[in-house]
Design a protein around this ligand. Sequence first.
Ligand SMILES: Nc1ncnc2c1ncn2[C@@H]1O[C@H](COP(=O)(O)OP(=O)(O)OP(=O)(O)O)[C@@H](O)[C@H]1O
Ligand SMILES: [Mg+2]
Length: 205
Amino acid sequence: MFITFEGVEGSGKSTQAKLLAEFISQLGHKVTLTREPGWGQLGELIRKVILDNRDLELDAFAELCLFCADRAQHVRDFIRPKLEAGEIVICDRYYDSTVVYQGHGRKLDKRLVNKIAQASTLDLLPDITFLLNLPVKTGLTRLQSREEITKMDEEPLEFHEMIRQGYMLLAKREPDRIKKINADRDILEIHSEIRSVVSELISSN
Ligand SMILES: Nc1ncnc2c1ncn2[C@@H]1O[C@H](COP(=O)(O)OP(=O)(O)OP(=O)(O)O)[C@@H](O)[C@H]1O
Ligand SMILES: [Mg+2]
């Protein structure tokens, strides 16, 4: 089973992904928690260029290709082998992030972005995606207390609003896969909702 987390900056993806991984592990299943961008040798380089290098103003299309290059490698060399070995894999951000950040945020041609983002999954789509829905400002405020600030976090408010809208559109388009979760609540309340969805999925599999 392949589970992904999506949402605006600071919406609680990493927090919830970690709690879910702990829960699944307690149930006795093998689980792997990973994130995008930045897996492996190529991912580390790409993450640095995309998110940390402030001397380089990346072209939007170049950025799209880098995110997708990172993903294809991540799927082929890490995620797919884990799934084939019977593990449950949780990924903190996946191709929906590319669709909304590059399509809605950077305003690249949406059809092109969708196509390239889809291709970068090597046909591996998530069984379920939790979209943590939170007002942009709330998420950004939460991040102020955090040390690791990336270039994406520094984008203007309007950029993040476009991202949120993009996610809403995706959720409407794919209601079966993308489960919208109200993330403006207590951490454990959110976790408990996610947990019950995943428990049900695991028992029906
Ligand atoms: N439900 C919540 N209520 C209040 N604070 C929260 C909640 N969930 C997470 N936080 C806090 O908000 C901050 C951001 O959370 P987290 O890192 O999980 O978000 P994220 O979506 O992974 O962010 P990013 O997009 O930057 O990766 C952290 O300091 C976390 O402890
Ligand atoms: Mg995170």
